[in-house]
Design a protein. Structure first.
Length: 133
């Protein structure tokens, strides 16, 4: 299952080479995604944002993530987002944007995984992990 492998993303090492255009593209796509998901924290909303290749059979895992994160409320902003290639994922060509994001009621570690599918860059996974504080 794609998400099971990605849940450990926080512990992966990312390459340091960053292309400014790539950072801007991924970062600009992160904001609408997080706005949509945090608007209602519903599985159906998340499913609309993630390509079926990534959503697949992971509905139960995503539902648990959404339930753990719903108390955060609406998305506000992310700071210090990093773009890189997850070095331990066996998904050829995957890119990730990771960082800490603030929401109405707290902070969370966020990872968004992108993959080029048929010439288009698609979101294939989203991880939101609330930061206790």
């Amino acid at each position: 299952a794609l998400l099971v492998g990605l849940v450990y993303l926080g512990y992966l090492v990312f390459s340091t080479g960053r292309d400014i255009n790539e950072s801007f593209d991924y970062g600009s796509r992160a904001i609408p995604l997080l706005n949509a998901v945090s608007s209602d924290w519903r599985l159906e909303t998340l499913k609309e944002q993630i390509d079926p290749i990534g959503f697949g059979k992971n509905a139960e895992l995503y539902q648990k993530m959404l339930l753990r994160s719903a108390h955060l409320g609406a998305f506000r902003k992310c700071t210090d987002l990093s773009v890189g290639t997850p070095t331990e994922l066996e998904i050829e060509g995957a890119k990730a944007i990771v960082g800490d994001c603030s929401f109405e009621n707290g902070l969370a570690y966020v990872a968004i995984i992108f993959l080029e599918i048929k010439g288009e860059t698609k979101v294939v996974s989203l991880i939101i992990r609330p930061i206790a504080g």
